[in-house]
Ligand binder design. Structure first.
Ligand code: SF4
Length: 179
Protein backbone atom coordinates (compact mmCIF):
# COMPACT_ATOMS: atom_id res chain seq x y z
CA UNK A 1 0.00 0.00 0.00
CA UNK A 2 1.46 3.39 -0.96
CA UNK A 3 1.76 6.02 1.74
CA UNK A 4 1.44 9.74 1.03
CA UNK A 5 4.66 11.75 1.32
CA UNK A 6 3.95 15.09 2.98
CA UNK A 7 5.50 18.26 1.67
CA UNK A 8 3.62 20.01 4.47
CA UNK A 9 2.88 17.95 7.58
CA UNK A 10 -0.47 18.72 9.21
CA UNK A 11 -0.26 20.88 12.33
CA UNK A 12 -1.73 17.98 14.32
CA UNK A 13 1.34 15.85 13.50
CA UNK A 14 3.71 18.73 14.30
CA UNK A 15 1.93 19.25 17.63
CA UNK A 16 2.08 15.53 18.46
CA UNK A 17 5.81 15.37 17.68
CA UNK A 18 6.80 18.50 19.60
CA UNK A 19 4.30 17.89 22.38
CA UNK A 20 5.62 14.35 22.96
CA UNK A 21 9.18 15.71 22.87
CA UNK A 22 8.61 18.50 25.38
CA UNK A 23 6.57 16.23 27.65
CA UNK A 24 9.39 13.67 27.55
CA UNK A 25 12.00 16.27 28.49
CA UNK A 26 9.77 17.79 31.17
CA UNK A 27 8.92 14.46 32.82
CA UNK A 28 12.56 13.37 32.60
CA UNK A 29 13.62 16.55 34.39
CA UNK A 30 10.95 16.16 37.07
CA UNK A 31 11.88 12.51 37.54
CA UNK A 32 15.54 13.35 38.09
CA UNK A 33 14.68 16.05 40.61
CA UNK A 34 12.38 13.72 42.55
CA UNK A 35 14.80 10.75 42.39
CA UNK A 36 17.54 12.86 44.00
CA UNK A 37 15.44 15.11 46.21
CA UNK A 38 17.29 13.76 49.25
CA UNK A 39 20.24 15.82 47.95
CA UNK A 40 18.63 19.09 46.76
CA UNK A 41 21.76 20.64 45.17
CA UNK A 42 22.48 17.46 43.21
CA UNK A 43 18.82 17.14 42.19
CA UNK A 44 18.73 20.70 40.87
CA UNK A 45 22.06 20.39 39.06
CA UNK A 46 21.10 17.08 37.41
CA UNK A 47 17.64 18.27 36.43
CA UNK A 48 18.86 21.58 34.98
CA UNK A 49 21.81 19.96 33.16
CA UNK A 50 19.55 17.33 31.60
CA UNK A 51 16.90 19.84 30.54
CA UNK A 52 19.48 22.20 29.02
CA UNK A 53 21.16 19.34 27.12
CA UNK A 54 17.85 17.99 25.83
CA UNK A 55 16.52 21.36 24.66
CA UNK A 56 19.81 22.46 23.08
CA UNK A 57 20.35 19.25 21.13
CA UNK A 58 16.76 19.33 19.88
CA UNK A 59 16.03 22.98 19.22
CA UNK A 60 19.51 24.43 18.58
CA UNK A 61 21.81 21.66 17.29
CA UNK A 62 19.16 19.93 15.16
CA UNK A 63 18.35 23.05 13.06
CA UNK A 64 22.06 23.95 12.85
CA UNK A 65 23.50 20.50 12.08
CA UNK A 66 20.83 18.13 10.69
CA UNK A 67 18.16 20.26 9.03
CA UNK A 68 20.44 22.21 6.63
CA UNK A 69 20.95 19.08 4.48
CA UNK A 70 17.37 17.75 4.79
CA UNK A 71 15.07 17.48 1.78
CA UNK A 72 12.59 19.86 3.47
CA UNK A 73 15.14 22.69 3.11
CA UNK A 74 14.87 22.39 -0.68
CA UNK A 75 11.06 22.63 -0.87
CA UNK A 76 9.51 26.08 -0.75
CA UNK A 77 6.66 26.39 1.72
CA UNK A 78 7.32 22.97 3.24
CA UNK A 79 6.89 21.95 6.86
CA UNK A 80 8.62 18.84 8.26
CA UNK A 81 7.35 16.77 11.21
CA UNK A 82 9.05 19.03 13.76
CA UNK A 83 8.61 22.24 11.71
CA UNK A 84 12.30 22.77 12.43
CA UNK A 85 13.03 23.30 8.74
CA UNK A 86 11.35 26.71 9.09
CA UNK A 87 13.62 27.69 12.00
CA UNK A 88 16.69 26.18 10.33
CA UNK A 89 16.17 28.23 7.16
CA UNK A 90 16.48 31.37 9.30
CA UNK A 91 19.64 30.44 11.19
CA UNK A 92 21.74 28.13 8.98
CA UNK A 93 22.84 27.96 5.35
CA UNK A 94 21.57 25.09 3.21
CA UNK A 95 23.97 22.13 2.88
CA UNK A 96 24.14 19.39 0.20
CA UNK A 97 21.49 16.67 0.55
CA UNK A 98 24.24 14.05 0.39
CA UNK A 99 25.37 15.15 3.85
CA UNK A 100 22.08 14.20 5.50
CA UNK A 101 23.16 10.62 6.45
CA UNK A 102 25.99 12.17 8.51
CA UNK A 103 23.42 12.68 11.25
CA UNK A 104 24.12 9.06 12.21
CA UNK A 105 27.91 8.83 11.77
CA UNK A 106 30.40 9.25 14.61
CA UNK A 107 30.20 8.83 18.37
CA UNK A 108 28.93 12.35 18.99
CA UNK A 109 26.69 12.54 15.92
CA UNK A 110 23.35 14.23 16.35
CA UNK A 111 21.46 10.93 16.30
CA UNK A 112 23.37 9.76 19.38
CA UNK A 113 22.77 13.06 21.18
CA UNK A 114 19.08 12.87 20.30
CA UNK A 115 18.74 9.28 21.51
CA UNK A 116 20.75 10.17 24.59
CA UNK A 117 18.36 12.96 25.47
CA UNK A 118 15.43 10.52 25.27
CA UNK A 119 17.02 7.58 27.08
CA UNK A 120 19.30 9.26 29.66
CA UNK A 121 16.67 10.03 32.32
CA UNK A 122 15.90 6.32 32.74
CA UNK A 123 19.35 5.03 33.83
CA UNK A 124 20.03 8.31 35.65
CA UNK A 125 16.86 8.02 37.75
CA UNK A 126 17.42 4.40 38.80
CA UNK A 127 20.29 4.88 41.33
CA UNK A 128 18.49 7.79 42.94
CA UNK A 129 15.29 5.79 43.32
CA UNK A 130 17.14 2.76 44.70
CA UNK A 131 18.44 4.75 47.66
CA UNK A 132 15.68 7.36 47.83
CA UNK A 133 12.53 5.58 46.70
CA UNK A 134 9.42 7.62 45.92
CA UNK A 135 6.23 6.44 44.22
CA UNK A 136 6.10 9.68 42.20
CA UNK A 137 9.66 9.06 41.00
CA UNK A 138 8.81 5.51 39.91
CA UNK A 139 5.71 6.81 38.10
CA UNK A 140 7.84 9.36 36.24
CA UNK A 141 10.39 6.68 35.33
CA UNK A 142 7.63 4.53 33.86
CA UNK A 143 6.10 7.54 32.08
CA UNK A 144 9.41 8.40 30.41
CA UNK A 145 9.87 4.75 29.37
CA UNK A 146 6.32 4.77 28.01
CA UNK A 147 6.98 7.96 26.04
CA UNK A 148 10.14 6.40 24.60
CA UNK A 149 8.14 3.40 23.37
CA UNK A 150 5.37 5.72 22.10
CA UNK A 151 7.96 7.71 20.11
CA UNK A 152 9.38 4.64 18.38
CA UNK A 153 6.19 2.68 17.77
CA UNK A 154 3.70 5.47 17.11
CA UNK A 155 5.39 8.83 16.39
CA UNK A 156 8.20 7.49 14.21
CA UNK A 157 6.58 4.38 12.75
CA UNK A 158 3.16 5.85 12.02
CA UNK A 159 3.03 9.64 12.17
CA UNK A 160 6.44 10.87 11.06
CA UNK A 161 8.71 8.63 9.04
CA UNK A 162 6.35 6.91 6.55
CA UNK A 163 5.27 10.35 5.25
CA UNK A 164 8.73 11.97 5.28
CA UNK A 165 10.26 13.35 2.10
CA UNK A 166 13.73 12.75 3.57
CA UNK A 167 13.23 9.05 4.33
CA UNK A 168 15.16 7.95 1.19
CA UNK A 169 18.33 9.46 2.65
CA UNK A 170 17.55 9.02 6.33
CA UNK A 171 19.56 6.36 8.21
CA UNK A 172 16.86 6.28 10.90
CA UNK A 173 14.13 5.41 8.41
CA UNK A 174 16.38 2.80 6.80
CA UNK A 175 17.06 1.34 10.25
CA UNK A 176 13.31 0.94 10.76
CA UNK A 177 12.83 -0.55 7.29
CA UNK A 178 10.67 2.41 6.25
CA UNK A 179 12.56 4.05 3.36
S1 SF4 B 1 12.49 9.66 8.09
FE1 SF4 B 1 11.85 10.05 10.21
S2 SF4 B 1 13.73 10.39 11.36
FE2 SF4 B 1 14.26 10.55 9.19
S3 SF4 B 1 14.10 12.75 8.72
FE3 SF4 B 1 12.12 11.87 8.25
S4 SF4 B 1 10.90 12.06 10.11
FE4 SF4 B 1 13.03 12.40 10.66
Amino acid sequence: MSVAVYRVYPWSSVALYNGATLLHFGLGTAGLIIAYDGWPALALALGCAYLAFALVQMYVLMPLVVCPSCAYRTMDGSRCISAMNVLSARIAATRPLDEFPRRASGTFCHNNLYLGSLIAPIPLMVPGLVVNFAVAGLALLLAVAGLLAFRFFVVFKRTACPHCAAKGRCPNAQGMGIS
